[in-house]
Write a new protein. Sequence first.
Length: 81
Amino acid sequence: MLETVCWDAGTARLLPRLLKGRTRGPVFVTHRKPGPGKVVSPRDICPDTGLARLSYGQARMLLDERTTLGGKPGTGWDLHE
């Protein structure tokens, strides 16, 4: 299933800084390499670091963890904010 991600004007202003000098590979990656036996497309692996592309679910979880109110899970920002 594909999920649509909507980019806003604020994102559009930040992306050039994030992409500066990049010529290949995913922009947002996990903190570790894919495990053995995990089938991952070469397009989803950073050719410089070997790290895998960050999934939508992982991004949602990380954003919620970092923006929670009073440490209560589920109270942080979502990807549409």
